[in-house]
Structures are given as C-alpha cells and as structure tokens.
Design a protein around this ligand. Structure first.
Ligand SMILES: C[C@H](N)C(=O)N[C@@H](Cc1c[nH]cn1)C(=O)O
Ligand SMILES: [Zn+2]
Ligand SMILES: [Zn+2]
Length: 478
C-alpha cells in the first residue's frame, strides 16, 4: 500500500476524534505545570504522571518516569525534586526505523492579572482557536503525539516506525538534568534512534507551514545586589544610603542600547560573518515585514522594517533581553520602599560561533567593571543561571525530506525552510549523544503568543499538525 492510502483511514480518525483530542488538551492545560514556579512543582509532577497514564492507556510496550534528583542552586525551596522525564516505547522491530519524539510538558507562568482575556489554565474554544497556557508551547504538540497514537489504534493501522517518547518537565527552566539522562540512556532506552523529531516551535507567519533547521542558543544571567538587612522606608533612609536597586538599574541600563546593540565588549566579534550564499537564502522566505507588527500588537516598535534585517536579527545575530528584577516592588499602588536585595535577570540569545564559556567570561567581567565604577559599598554577585547551545542542521537530509513530504501532503504547499530565534537547547544534545539527526516540525503559528498573554493554538493547526506528525512517521518509515 502507498503511504497516502495508509494515511487515509488515519486522517479520517483524526477528524472523527477531534472532540476527544480537544478534551485531552483541555485536561493538560488545566494542570498548571509551571516549572519556573517552585510552589507549583507538584503540578508539574502531576502533568508527567498524566502523560504516563495516557501512554499506558494507548498501549505502550514500556513507560517509565525517569527521576532526575533535586534541583540545584539557586532555589528557594531546599531538596526540590525535578519533574520526571516521561519515556515510553511503542515497538522494537529491527526492520523498522526508530523515531524519538521530544516535547516538554512544563509551561511558562501565567496569571489572569497579566492581561489575559480568559483564565490561562482553562482551555477556551473560541473562533476556531484553542486558548490557554501551553496550548501551543508545548502541550498542544505533546498531546498531539498521543493523538497520533490513538488515531493509529482506532484505524487499526500499525505504526510504521518504532516510536519512543521523551517528554520533559523543565524545558522552560533550562532543561536541568536532561543532558545527563540522554547521555546515560544513549545505549539503553534511546539505543538505535534514527531520527529525533521535535515539535516545539512555530511557523514563521500565519499562512505557510515551515520546517526549522536552526535555533539560537540561550545564556541566562542573574545579577544580585544586597545592602541593608531589610527593606527600608524611603522617607527615613532615602538620600542617606546607597540603594541596591539604583546600583542594579545603572548596571542593567548599560547592557544593551535602544536599537538592540549589545554593549558588552567582545560579543559582536564572536559572531560568524554573513556569507553571500547565506544572504541569498533570506530572499525566498515568505515573510511580510508587516507580520511583525501584527504579532507584537504594536505598530511602531520594530527596530527594522526590511524583511532581511528582521529575519537576520531574529535568527543569526545575538540579542540581549532584560527580563525582570526579583525583590523589587512590582505591585499596584505606590509603596515607598527601598528594597534590601534585588536580582536582575537577563538573557543573551546566542548564534554561531559564540561559545557559552567565552560569553560568560565577557559578561561577568563587564558586570564587575560596571559595578566597580559605581564605588558602591553594597554586596554584588553575578553569574550564569543556565545555558544551552545554538543548533544548525542540513535541511536536505532524509529526515527533513520526509517532513517536507508530510507537510506538502497535509497542507498542499511546500514548506519554507527557516531558522528560529528561540532556543531548544536539548536539540544539540540529542544529536551528539545519540549520534543522530534532529528535525523541527512545528505545529503552531507565528502569532500564537507563546510565553505571552492569550496563548492560543488554531484548531486547524492542532488537527493539521496531528495529521502532519502521522504522515511524517509514514514517510520516514517507507
Ligand atoms: C522555542 C521553545 N518553545 C522555547 O520557548 N524555548 C525556550 C527555552 C528556554 C530557555 N530558558 C528558558 N526557556 C526559549 O526559547 O525561551
Ligand atoms: Zn517550548
Ligand atoms: Zn517556551
């Protein structure tokens, strides 16, 4: 039978089971598995357990919750258990290829007060969209793989490949512990993997499907400044003490300028120069510069207006973003406090040929120099919180060719091959440790609002994504 005729009954089941698939995602979204919030760690664990029970129900030959020990410093809660990695296996036929699918079941924080129109941990169906935290990043795709298994089962069609899952619960917090697990399991649970398929990014725009062959890395830093032993009244102490927050803001303001230029010496010099061949690749990408305004919801905030400039600065140049200040007053009202200890958080998205070690040296030396220039008596410390490498692959290998065929079958167009500005640091670890290749097959759209308020997944992308994932397995296995 041809791939296409094998897929027909599976696609029919995907359409039939739409309601069940939405309910499965609803259940997942209702578990607030925020890895960055230590108080919600039990929910992250619960989400891992939910996936395990679903995989068992779907007939896995083996499902394990791999424990990763406790979370290393900095943590507020001592001996905080890391969420388990959910590994499972369907089939072990030596005549078939083996595909490992990776996804993450943790999510970014979300609160209605941040400006959401609906409760973030409730799945709302509205205007053919599924709204809720994690709908696109990354519960939709993770649950999508479970749905692929169910559609095969209901259609009575055997999986065309051996299928392994690796679903983690710490991706949004640096994938702590996963590198070691992959290393330890390379010759055990993950032995013989031919392709790693990752569905954890998005189309570039809203109309055309894409396949992704490059990611930026990310280095996350924290600067802490500590002065008085407790917060102080600014009427009593303002003007007569060195304030930690003032020191911190001065330092943070010297990291990047208003045009996105990183002010830390040495960083720009590490970036690989643009070749003529690379420069030409951007010309053919289907991207309208106007999509940037739509995706941000603001007309005038983009630094660049030219398509090539936008894409290059998103994919192949580093960027530095300031994320927040822990310990600072941030509520409503007008509290007149001098915070005693504040920690500034920022990250740098990395690209070829930046190395994490060299970058961290440049960053920490610069931060120390800037603090010394303040002549402040406050206590200063700075360091790397977590890092993960950039990734670049060959979009013409057989793993990408199967993904291209699957995409074309489902969406009726050839996908664009793109890079991505975000980071999935574990991609490179899989490739190195399992001596294999990875493919990024995104489910959601560029305007899904991952990490933002009102995160959504279009129903068409959810259902089309499940069909594309199914087709991918069949083209790969043929
Ligand atoms: C692209 C992916 N869905 C994602 O959102 N990755 C995160 C990874 C990360 C690293 N530190 C914290 N989160 C990202 O790119 O921010
Ligand atoms: Zn993600
Ligand atoms: Zn994310």
């Amino acid at each position: 039978m041809s791939v296409e005729s094998n897929l027909k009954p599976i696609f029919a089941e995907v359409d039939n089971l739409k309601g069940n698939f939405i309910d499965r995602l609803r259940h997942a979204v209702e578990i607030p598995s925020v890895s960055g919030d230590e108080t919600l760690r039990p929910s992250v664990v619960k989400m891992g357990e939910f996936l395990k029970s679903e995989l068992e129900r779907l007939g896995a030959d083996e499902v394990q919750l791999k424990q990763l020990g406790t979370q290393p410093e900095p943590v507020a809660v001592k001996d905080l258990p890391l969420p388990p990695v959910v590994v499972s296996r369907f089939g072990k036929d030596p005549s078939k290829k083996t595909v490992l699918v990776y996804g993450h079941y943790d999510v970014q924080p979300a609160a209605k007060d941040d400006g959401w129109d609906t409760e973030p941990f409730e799945l709302i169906e509205k205007d053919d969209k599924l709204l809720g935290r994690g709908s696109t990043d990354d519960k939709g795709p993770v649950i999508g793989w479970l749905n692929v298994l169910e559609a095969h089962k209901k259609a009575g069609i055997e999986l065309p490949v051996n299928f392994i899952t690796c679903f983690e619960g710490m991706e949004e917090s640096g994938s702590i512990g996963l590198d070691k697990l992959i290393h330890d399991e390379a010759d055990k649970f993950f032995k013989g993997v031919d392709v790693v398929c990752i569905c954890d990014n998005y189309w570039l725009g809203t109309r055309k499907p894409v396949l992704t062959y490059g990611l930026r890395g990310v280095n996350y830093y924290q600067i802490s400044i500590e002065g008085p032993s407790a917060d102080l009244h600014s009427g009593i102490f303002g003007g007569i003490v060195h304030e930690p927050m003032t020191d911190l803001v001065k330092i943070m303001s010297q990291l990047v300028d208003g045009d996105g230029k990183i002010l830390i010496p040495g960083v720009a010099e590490m970036v690989a120069p643009v070749t003529e061949k690379e420069s030409k690749l951007y010309d053919d990408i289907d991207y309208d510069a106007g999509e940037l305004a739509k995706a941000t919801g603001a007309e005038e905030i983009s630094i660049y207006s030219d398509k090539k400039d936008i894409l290059m600065h998103r994919w192949r140049y580093p960027s530095l973003s300031l994320h927040g200040i822990e310990g600072a007053f941030s509520g409503a009202g007008a509290k007149t406090v001098i915070p005693a200890k504040v920690s500034g958080k920022f990250s740098i998205r990395t690209v070829p040929n930046i190395t994490s070690e060299e970058l961290t040296k440049f960053v920490v030396d610069y931060l120390k120099k800037k603090f010394d220039e303040l002549h402040s008596p406050n206590k200063f410390s700075a360091g790397l919180v977590h890092d993960g490498d950039y990734w670049l692959s060959d979009p013409f290998n057989d793993a990408f060719t199967a993904a291209k065929e699957a995409t074309k079958l489902v969406w009726g167009v050839e996908p664009d091959f793109i890079r991505e500005g975000g980071s999935i640091p574990i991609t490179i670890t899989f490739e190195k440790e399992l001596k294999t290749k990875a493919v990024l097959l995104p489910m959601g759209r560029g305007d899904d609002g991952a990490h933002s308020i009102n995160e959504k997944l279009n129903l068409a992308n959810y259902i089309g994504g499940i069909k594309t994932m199914s087709a991918y397995l069949h083209y790969l296995g043929k």
